[in-house]
Ligand binder design. Structure first.
Ligand SMILES: Nc1ncnc2c1ncn2[C@@H]1O[C@H](COP(=O)(O)OP(=O)(O)OP(=O)(O)O)[C@@H](O)[C@H]1O
Ligand SMILES: [Mg+2]
Length: 279
Protein backbone atom coordinates (compact mmCIF):
# COMPACT_ATOMS: atom_id res chain seq x y z
CA UNK A 1 0.00 0.00 0.00
CA UNK A 2 1.47 3.39 -0.90
CA UNK A 3 1.68 6.27 1.55
CA UNK A 4 -1.33 8.10 0.18
CA UNK A 5 -3.52 5.03 0.21
CA UNK A 6 -2.41 4.43 3.75
CA UNK A 7 -3.30 7.99 4.70
CA UNK A 8 -6.85 7.67 3.45
CA UNK A 9 -7.29 4.26 5.10
CA UNK A 10 -6.18 5.89 8.35
CA UNK A 11 -8.46 8.87 7.84
CA UNK A 12 -11.36 6.58 6.99
CA UNK A 13 -10.74 4.35 10.01
CA UNK A 14 -10.44 7.36 12.31
CA UNK A 15 -13.59 8.86 10.89
CA UNK A 16 -15.44 5.59 11.25
CA UNK A 17 -14.42 5.29 14.87
CA UNK A 18 -15.09 8.91 15.71
CA UNK A 19 -18.14 9.68 13.62
CA UNK A 20 -20.43 6.90 14.78
CA UNK A 21 -22.96 9.46 15.96
CA UNK A 22 -22.46 12.04 13.18
CA UNK A 23 -24.33 12.16 9.89
CA UNK A 24 -22.98 10.25 6.90
CA UNK A 25 -22.83 13.49 4.93
CA UNK A 26 -22.60 17.05 6.17
CA UNK A 27 -22.49 20.14 3.95
CA UNK A 28 -21.89 23.54 5.51
CA UNK A 29 -21.93 26.81 3.59
CA UNK A 30 -21.21 25.13 0.25
CA UNK A 31 -20.76 27.63 -2.58
CA UNK A 32 -19.87 26.96 -6.17
CA UNK A 33 -18.89 29.67 -8.61
CA UNK A 34 -18.36 28.86 -12.29
CA UNK A 35 -16.21 31.20 -14.38
CA UNK A 36 -14.40 34.35 -13.25
CA UNK A 37 -14.82 38.12 -13.13
CA UNK A 38 -17.74 39.47 -15.17
CA UNK A 39 -18.67 35.98 -16.35
CA UNK A 40 -18.70 34.47 -12.84
CA UNK A 41 -21.88 32.61 -11.98
CA UNK A 42 -22.82 31.38 -8.52
CA UNK A 43 -24.51 28.01 -9.00
CA UNK A 44 -24.60 27.24 -5.25
CA UNK A 45 -25.01 30.09 -2.79
CA UNK A 46 -24.50 28.48 0.61
CA UNK A 47 -25.87 24.97 1.07
CA UNK A 48 -26.25 23.41 4.53
CA UNK A 49 -27.37 19.80 4.45
CA UNK A 50 -27.05 16.73 6.70
CA UNK A 51 -27.80 13.28 5.33
CA UNK A 52 -28.09 10.29 7.64
CA UNK A 53 -27.10 6.74 6.76
CA UNK A 54 -29.97 4.87 5.14
CA UNK A 55 -31.87 7.93 4.01
CA UNK A 56 -33.44 8.21 0.55
CA UNK A 57 -33.37 11.83 -0.54
CA UNK A 58 -34.99 13.29 -3.66
CA UNK A 59 -33.53 16.58 -4.86
CA UNK A 60 -35.99 18.66 -6.83
CA UNK A 61 -36.14 22.19 -8.20
CA UNK A 62 -36.22 24.17 -11.44
CA UNK A 63 -33.71 23.75 -14.24
CA UNK A 64 -30.51 25.63 -13.40
CA UNK A 65 -31.20 25.69 -9.65
CA UNK A 66 -27.95 23.84 -8.87
CA UNK A 67 -29.12 20.23 -8.40
CA UNK A 68 -26.46 18.61 -10.61
CA UNK A 69 -23.80 20.95 -9.25
CA UNK A 70 -24.72 19.79 -5.74
CA UNK A 71 -24.66 16.13 -6.86
CA UNK A 72 -21.21 16.58 -8.41
CA UNK A 73 -20.01 18.03 -5.12
CA UNK A 74 -21.60 15.26 -3.07
CA UNK A 75 -20.12 12.68 -5.45
CA UNK A 76 -16.61 14.14 -5.07
CA UNK A 77 -16.54 14.72 -8.83
CA UNK A 78 -16.07 18.45 -8.33
CA UNK A 79 -14.81 20.62 -5.47
CA UNK A 80 -16.83 23.53 -4.07
CA UNK A 81 -15.49 27.11 -4.21
CA UNK A 82 -16.15 27.49 -0.48
CA UNK A 83 -17.65 25.63 2.44
CA UNK A 84 -17.14 22.29 4.17
CA UNK A 85 -18.06 18.81 3.02
CA UNK A 86 -17.71 16.08 5.62
CA UNK A 87 -18.20 12.49 4.49
CA UNK A 88 -18.26 10.17 7.53
CA UNK A 89 -16.45 12.94 9.32
CA UNK A 90 -13.71 13.19 6.65
CA UNK A 91 -13.13 16.74 5.39
CA UNK A 92 -13.33 16.03 1.65
CA UNK A 93 -11.82 19.37 0.64
CA UNK A 94 -8.63 18.49 2.52
CA UNK A 95 -8.10 15.31 0.53
CA UNK A 96 -5.81 15.20 -2.48
CA UNK A 97 -7.24 14.45 -5.91
CA UNK A 98 -6.15 10.81 -5.60
CA UNK A 99 -7.63 10.46 -2.14
CA UNK A 100 -10.94 11.86 -3.37
CA UNK A 101 -10.92 9.42 -6.28
CA UNK A 102 -10.28 6.59 -3.85
CA UNK A 103 -13.12 7.69 -1.58
CA UNK A 104 -15.35 7.83 -4.66
CA UNK A 105 -14.40 4.34 -5.82
CA UNK A 106 -14.76 2.88 -2.34
CA UNK A 107 -17.96 4.48 -1.09
CA UNK A 108 -19.97 6.03 -3.93
CA UNK A 109 -21.94 4.69 -6.89
CA UNK A 110 -23.28 6.81 -9.75
CA UNK A 111 -26.25 6.50 -12.08
CA UNK A 112 -26.89 9.10 -14.76
CA UNK A 113 -29.77 9.79 -17.08
CA UNK A 114 -27.95 8.79 -20.26
CA UNK A 115 -26.83 5.39 -18.87
CA UNK A 116 -23.21 5.89 -20.08
CA UNK A 117 -22.79 2.24 -20.96
CA UNK A 118 -20.10 1.09 -23.37
CA UNK A 119 -21.94 0.27 -26.59
CA UNK A 120 -20.27 -2.83 -28.00
CA UNK A 121 -19.68 -4.33 -24.59
CA UNK A 122 -21.85 -6.92 -22.84
CA UNK A 123 -23.90 -6.12 -19.76
CA UNK A 124 -21.54 -8.36 -17.78
CA UNK A 125 -18.42 -6.48 -18.93
CA UNK A 126 -20.04 -3.08 -18.39
CA UNK A 127 -20.79 -4.04 -14.79
CA UNK A 128 -17.29 -5.48 -14.27
CA UNK A 129 -15.60 -2.24 -15.28
CA UNK A 130 -15.47 -0.52 -11.84
CA UNK A 131 -13.99 -3.74 -10.41
CA UNK A 132 -11.33 -3.73 -13.10
CA UNK A 133 -10.36 -0.19 -11.99
CA UNK A 134 -10.11 -1.55 -8.46
CA UNK A 135 -7.73 -4.26 -9.59
CA UNK A 136 -9.95 -7.20 -8.61
CA UNK A 137 -9.18 -10.64 -10.01
CA UNK A 138 -11.10 -11.92 -13.04
CA UNK A 139 -12.89 -14.55 -10.97
CA UNK A 140 -14.02 -11.99 -8.37
CA UNK A 141 -15.15 -9.61 -11.13
CA UNK A 142 -17.25 -12.28 -12.85
CA UNK A 143 -18.91 -13.38 -9.66
CA UNK A 144 -19.67 -9.91 -8.30
CA UNK A 145 -20.97 -8.61 -11.64
CA UNK A 146 -23.26 -11.62 -12.04
CA UNK A 147 -24.61 -11.06 -8.53
CA UNK A 148 -25.19 -7.35 -9.18
CA UNK A 149 -27.01 -8.11 -12.45
CA UNK A 150 -29.13 -10.67 -10.61
CA UNK A 151 -29.91 -8.10 -7.93
CA UNK A 152 -31.36 -5.72 -10.55
CA UNK A 153 -33.39 -8.52 -12.15
CA UNK A 154 -31.12 -9.18 -15.13
CA UNK A 155 -29.94 -12.74 -14.48
CA UNK A 156 -29.69 -14.39 -17.89
CA UNK A 157 -29.04 -11.10 -19.73
CA UNK A 158 -25.28 -10.98 -19.01
CA UNK A 159 -24.09 -11.41 -22.59
CA UNK A 160 -26.43 -8.82 -24.16
CA UNK A 161 -24.98 -5.52 -25.39
CA UNK A 162 -26.84 -2.25 -24.63
CA UNK A 163 -28.31 -2.21 -28.18
CA UNK A 164 -29.96 -5.56 -27.41
CA UNK A 165 -31.61 -4.22 -24.24
CA UNK A 166 -34.58 -1.92 -23.63
CA UNK A 167 -34.10 1.51 -22.07
CA UNK A 168 -35.28 0.21 -18.71
CA UNK A 169 -32.91 -2.76 -18.91
CA UNK A 170 -30.02 -0.49 -19.88
CA UNK A 171 -30.73 1.65 -16.84
CA UNK A 172 -30.72 -1.53 -14.73
CA UNK A 173 -27.28 -2.39 -16.10
CA UNK A 174 -26.15 1.12 -15.15
CA UNK A 175 -27.52 0.59 -11.64
CA UNK A 176 -25.84 -2.83 -11.41
CA UNK A 177 -22.57 -1.15 -12.41
CA UNK A 178 -23.12 1.49 -9.70
CA UNK A 179 -23.81 -1.05 -6.93
CA UNK A 180 -21.29 -3.76 -7.90
CA UNK A 181 -18.67 -2.10 -5.70
CA UNK A 182 -21.17 -2.13 -2.79
CA UNK A 183 -21.17 1.60 -2.24
CA UNK A 184 -22.54 3.22 0.89
CA UNK A 185 -24.18 5.92 -1.19
CA UNK A 186 -25.86 5.75 -4.57
CA UNK A 187 -26.09 9.07 -6.42
CA UNK A 188 -28.61 9.16 -9.25
CA UNK A 189 -29.12 12.27 -11.41
CA UNK A 190 -32.50 11.90 -13.15
CA UNK A 191 -32.27 8.11 -13.29
CA UNK A 192 -35.68 7.84 -14.96
CA UNK A 193 -35.32 10.86 -17.24
CA UNK A 194 -35.25 8.77 -20.44
CA UNK A 195 -37.82 6.18 -19.45
CA UNK A 196 -41.60 5.77 -19.84
CA UNK A 197 -43.74 5.70 -16.70
CA UNK A 198 -43.85 1.90 -16.34
CA UNK A 199 -40.04 1.54 -16.68
CA UNK A 200 -39.59 4.53 -14.36
CA UNK A 201 -41.70 2.83 -11.73
CA UNK A 202 -39.61 -0.33 -11.99
CA UNK A 203 -36.41 1.64 -11.56
CA UNK A 204 -37.87 3.43 -8.53
CA UNK A 205 -38.90 0.09 -7.06
CA UNK A 206 -35.33 -1.11 -7.52
CA UNK A 207 -33.86 2.01 -5.89
CA UNK A 208 -36.32 1.59 -3.04
CA UNK A 209 -35.19 -2.01 -2.49
CA UNK A 210 -31.51 -1.06 -2.57
CA UNK A 211 -32.31 1.53 0.09
CA UNK A 212 -34.82 -0.37 2.20
CA UNK A 213 -33.38 -3.89 2.01
CA UNK A 214 -29.66 -3.30 1.47
CA UNK A 215 -29.40 -0.07 3.47
CA UNK A 216 -27.74 1.91 0.67
CA UNK A 217 -28.21 5.66 1.14
CA UNK A 218 -29.81 7.03 -2.05
CA UNK A 219 -29.57 10.61 -3.33
CA UNK A 220 -31.64 11.16 -6.43
CA UNK A 221 -32.34 14.21 -8.59
CA UNK A 222 -35.73 14.20 -10.24
CA UNK A 223 -38.13 16.64 -11.87
CA UNK A 224 -41.08 14.33 -11.41
CA UNK A 225 -43.26 14.40 -8.27
CA UNK A 226 -44.25 10.76 -8.95
CA UNK A 227 -40.60 9.73 -8.61
CA UNK A 228 -39.92 11.97 -5.61
CA UNK A 229 -42.87 10.26 -3.89
CA UNK A 230 -40.61 7.18 -3.45
CA UNK A 231 -38.08 9.14 -1.40
CA UNK A 232 -38.09 9.39 2.39
CA UNK A 233 -37.16 13.05 2.20
CA UNK A 234 -37.54 15.77 -0.45
CA UNK A 235 -35.10 18.68 -0.68
CA UNK A 236 -36.00 21.47 -3.07
CA UNK A 237 -33.40 23.73 -4.64
CA UNK A 238 -34.26 27.20 -5.92
CA UNK A 239 -31.63 29.54 -7.34
CA UNK A 240 -28.62 27.85 -5.72
CA UNK A 241 -30.21 27.57 -2.28
CA UNK A 242 -32.28 25.02 -0.39
CA UNK A 243 -35.83 26.37 -0.41
CA UNK A 244 -37.48 23.50 1.47
CA UNK A 245 -36.57 20.20 3.11
CA UNK A 246 -39.38 17.85 4.08
CA UNK A 247 -39.74 14.27 5.25
CA UNK A 248 -42.16 12.14 3.28
CA UNK A 249 -44.55 10.59 5.80
CA UNK A 250 -45.32 7.66 3.47
CA UNK A 251 -42.79 6.82 0.75
CA UNK A 252 -44.39 5.05 -2.25
CA UNK A 253 -42.16 2.00 -1.74
CA UNK A 254 -44.00 1.11 1.48
CA UNK A 255 -47.15 0.51 -0.55
CA UNK A 256 -45.50 -1.24 -3.49
CA UNK A 257 -45.15 -5.01 -3.60
CA UNK A 258 -41.41 -5.49 -3.26
CA UNK A 259 -39.88 -8.71 -4.52
CA UNK A 260 -37.41 -10.39 -2.18
CA UNK A 261 -33.82 -9.34 -2.78
CA UNK A 262 -31.52 -11.66 -4.70
CA UNK A 263 -29.98 -13.94 -2.06
CA UNK A 264 -26.50 -14.08 -3.67
CA UNK A 265 -26.27 -10.31 -3.46
CA UNK A 266 -27.61 -10.30 0.08
CA UNK A 267 -24.67 -12.30 1.41
CA UNK A 268 -22.02 -9.66 0.85
CA UNK A 269 -20.38 -8.48 4.09
CA UNK A 270 -20.18 -4.83 2.99
CA UNK A 271 -23.91 -4.69 2.39
CA UNK A 272 -24.67 -6.45 5.63
CA UNK A 273 -22.49 -3.97 7.46
CA UNK A 274 -24.16 -0.95 5.86
CA UNK A 275 -27.63 -2.43 6.38
CA UNK A 276 -26.80 -3.06 10.01
CA UNK A 277 -25.50 0.48 10.32
CA UNK A 278 -28.78 1.81 8.96
CA UNK A 279 -30.93 -0.27 11.28
N1 LIG B 1 -19.36 23.80 -16.00
C1 LIG B 1 -20.13 24.90 -15.90
N2 LIG B 1 -19.67 26.11 -16.29
C2 LIG B 1 -20.43 27.21 -16.17
N3 LIG B 1 -21.69 27.22 -15.66
C3 LIG B 1 -22.20 26.05 -15.27
C4 LIG B 1 -21.46 24.83 -15.37
N4 LIG B 1 -22.23 23.82 -14.89
C5 LIG B 1 -23.39 24.40 -14.53
N5 LIG B 1 -23.38 25.72 -14.74
C6 LIG B 1 -24.46 26.67 -14.44
O1 LIG B 1 -24.83 26.51 -13.08
C7 LIG B 1 -26.23 26.58 -12.92
C8 LIG B 1 -26.70 25.32 -12.22
O2 LIG B 1 -26.51 24.23 -13.08
P1 LIG B 1 -26.95 22.74 -12.69
O3 LIG B 1 -26.49 21.86 -13.79
O4 LIG B 1 -26.48 22.46 -11.32
O5 LIG B 1 -28.53 22.89 -12.69
P2 LIG B 1 -29.65 21.78 -12.48
O6 LIG B 1 -30.47 22.21 -11.31
O7 LIG B 1 -29.04 20.44 -12.43
O8 LIG B 1 -30.54 21.96 -13.80
P3 LIG B 1 -31.28 20.86 -14.72
O9 LIG B 1 -32.57 20.56 -14.01
O10 LIG B 1 -31.52 21.58 -15.99
O11 LIG B 1 -30.40 19.66 -14.88
C9 LIG B 1 -26.81 26.75 -14.33
O12 LIG B 1 -27.15 28.09 -14.50
C10 LIG B 1 -25.69 26.35 -15.24
O13 LIG B 1 -25.71 27.07 -16.44
MG1 LIG C 1 -29.09 18.76 -13.73
Amino acid sequence: MNARAETIETIAATAEAGAAGGPLIRLRGIRKTYGQGQAAFQALKGIDLDIERGDFVAIMGPSGSGKSTAMNTLGCLDVPSAGDYLFRGIAVQKLSRDQRARLRRKSLGFVFQGFNLLARTSAQENVELPLLYRGESAAARHEQARAALAAVGLAGWESHTPAELSGGQQQRVAIARAIVTRPEVLLADEPTGNLDSQRSREIMQLLWQLNDVHGITVLMVTHEPDMAAWARRVVRFVDGRIASDRRNPRPAGLDAQTAPAAPEFDDTPALEASAAGAA
